[in-house]
Design a protein around this ligand. Structure first.
Ligand SMILES: Nc1ncnc2c1ncn2[C@@H]1O[C@H](COP(=O)(O)OP(=O)(O)OP(=O)(O)O)[C@@H](O)[C@H]1O
Ligand SMILES: [Mg+2]
Length: 244
């Protein structure tokens, strides 16, 4: 479904993504792991067209979308739930959810899906008419995910959905992702620092370090590989050295 080849992303002199290639097949859950600054968010932004690809190619269902604007990718039902939530705090919880469905014409289905989201996240249901600014960090994350789902994604990309969530809520969110994948065959590209849970969910995983892909494979292979730990610790150690 998604095929990324030798992708590079640069911010001026910062070379954030360095020749990353990856694939997501229909119905697959693929995890992208890596420490802070590894280039995970930059990769997702480039896939969404929010940052230009410096070179390399992005294909969706065989067609080259590398130079497509974000709006066109959205119409092809590529959805990103960004890091840091990005909900509209001046709108109500319900309006935020409706925003996700703005391009859809199947109003009945949308209503049923909104009900399902409220059933899943009672915190949101109880606050549906309140401005989203009153939500806690975890509730905002739920809202951002709910809004992404209402766009009826073909491929859903999630940037650290567990960030700021309690362990219980993290499990709820991951269970939801698994269920959507199972029931609707929704393909998922999951960026996570919660390596353990991501590897439990994913069919395959990639590990980025300093913008480069350093590992890929089945979760069972990666879990036992000491270099996965190094991809995190190595970086942390380097930081410590720089700091002092
Ligand atoms: N808009 C930007 N301008 C300049 N440099 C940037 C920009 N966005 C990211 N970077 C740099 O690119 C590198 C990769 O950042 P990115 O946000 O992709 O990492 P990440 O893997 O998502 O990290 P985290 O886990 O902390 O979210 C970092 O060194 C970062 O400082
Ligand atoms: Mg990030």
């Amino acid at each position: 479904m998604l095929e990324v080849n030798d992708l590079h992303v640069r911010y001026g002199r910062v070379h954030a993504v360095r020749g990353v290639s990856l694939k997501v097949a229909a119905g697959e859950i693929v995890a992208v792991l890596g420490a802070n600054g590894a280039g995970k968010s930059s990769l997702l932004k480039a896939l969404m067209g929010l940052e230009p690809a410096d070179s390399g190619s992005i294909k969706l269902d065989g067609g080259d979308i590398t130079r497509w604007p974000t709006s066109r990718r959205v119409r092809e039902r590529l959805v990103l739930v960004p890091e840091g939530r990005r909900i509209v705090t001046s709108l109500t919880v319900h309006e935020n959810l409706l925003m996700g469905a703005f391009a859809r014409k199947d109003t009945r289905t949308v209503d049923a899906e909104i009900d399902a989201i409220y059933a899943r996240f009672p915190n949101l249901a109880a606050r549906r008419q309140l401005p989203a600014s009153v939500l806690s960090g975890g509730e905002q994350q739920m809202l951002a995910i709910g809004r992404g789902l209402l766009a009826d994604p073909k491929l859903m990309m999630l940037d650290e959905p567990s960030l700021g969530l309690s362990p219980l809520l993290t499990r709820t969110v991951f269970a939801l992702i698994a269920e959507l994948n199972r029931q609707r065959g929704l393909a998922i590209l999951l960026v996570e620092q919660n390596t353990h849970m991501a590897l439990e969910l994913a069919n395959r995983a990639y590990v980025l370090e300093l913008g480069s892909k350093v590992m890929e494979g089945a979760p069972s292979d990666l879990r036992d590989d000491p270099s996965l730990r190094d991809a995190y610790l190595g970086r942390a150690e380097k930081r410590k050295t720089v700091a002092g």
